[in-house]
Design a protein around this ligand. Structure first.
Ligand SMILES: C[S@@+](CC[C@H](N)C(=O)[O-])C[C@H]1O[C@@H](n2cnc3c(N)ncnc32)[C@H](O)[C@@H]1O
Length: 180
């Protein structure tokens, strides 16, 4: 299966993507990514594989009011959710449904640590997986299999238990590269 086929997710999966991984896992890393791009007002930004647009929205705040952002993703559900979250007439973001390819050279990586908090990890893991290319398998699982999967993840991650879920330190790698 190609990457294009894997990411042909349903609208529901795209909505879950925004509610779980985009908010709790990618959200805390967004500022280090846009910091690395050193965006200033007036610049134009292309966010390739933008998903539901968490990075594009952060970039738009940095380049406003005169800059522009274009978010591109091959998945119609992701683009529909992204569009619904920036649906004002003065939004500086344009959303395009399209597959893209690029070659990169001279890549550099900067590594930092962020604390991630995931609420109700037994439920979170199921909702998270329902927003990825394994969504169909997770959605087809019966209640018992889903309960076992959630309970097993909760047990494995018990040492990170905190408040209503888990908190752990994640290494984030921001890669900057020049398109060849
Ligand atoms: C893990 S998500 C990341 C989304 C977003 N960058 C974020 O941080 O939330 C990967 C996204 O890449 C998109 N994608 C994968 N291959 C692509 C391609 N060749 N062109 C455009 N989008 C692509 C998928 O549809 C999916 O929305």
């Amino acid at each position: 299966m190609t990457t294009h086929e894997q990411w042909q997710l349903t609208m529901r999966a795209a909505e879950l993507y925004e509610r779980y991984p985009a908010r709790y896992i990618l959200g805390p890393c967004v500022s280090s990514l846009v910091d690395a791009a050193r965006l200033v007002p007036g610049e134009r930004v292309l966010d390739v594989a933008c998903g539901t647009g968490v990075v594009a929205r952060a970039a738009a705040k940095r380049v406003s009011p005169s800059g522009r952002v274009v978010g591109v993703d091959l998945n119609p559900g992701m683009i529909a959710v992204a569009r619904s979250l920036s649906a004002t007439s003065d939004s500086p973001i344009e959303w395009l449904e399209r597959a893209m390819e690029a070659d990169f050279s001279s890549a550099g990586v900067s590594v930092s640590q962020v604390d991630l908090h995931l609420p109700r990890i037994d439920k979170f893991v199921l909702d998270h997986l329902s927003a990825t290319p394994v969504a169909a398998d997770i959605d087809a699982a019966d209640e018992e299999a889903r309960r076992k999967l959630g309970a097993s993840v909760m047990e494995q991650l018990q040492r990170y238990a905190d408040r209503d879920g888990i908190t752990y330190q994640e290494e984030t790698c921001v890669l900057t590269a020049r398109a060849g």
